[in-house]
Unconditional design. Structure first.
Length: 82
């Protein structure tokens, strides 16, 4: 009986210290629906969402907007006509 109680106690204590999984900017950039949901959540209550998550959301948004930054700018051959 003591062994079972000890095992339950050990498992219970091990489960308490687990941090929540943090989503990376790369995973959020690949999942636009989740990114949209988290952007809204961070806008509404950043303190509740946490700085770490909201910073990852901002980085993912930046990556989606700018892309991989490897594509050089190529201006059009003819200037625009106004």
């Amino acid at each position: 009986m003591k062994k079972i109680a000890l095992c339950i106690l050990v498992v219970g204590l091990a489960a308490c210290g687990r941090p929540e999984p943090v989503e990376t900017a790369e995973s959020l950039a690949a999942n636009p629906e989740r990114l949209k949901e988290l952007r809204k959540q961070c806008r509404q209550d950043r303190a509740k969402s946490g700085d770490e998550l909201c910073n990852q959301v901002a980085e993912a948004t930046r990556k989606r907007f700018y892309g991989d930054s490897e594509t050089p700018y190529t201006p059009p051959k003819e200037p625009p006509k106004f």
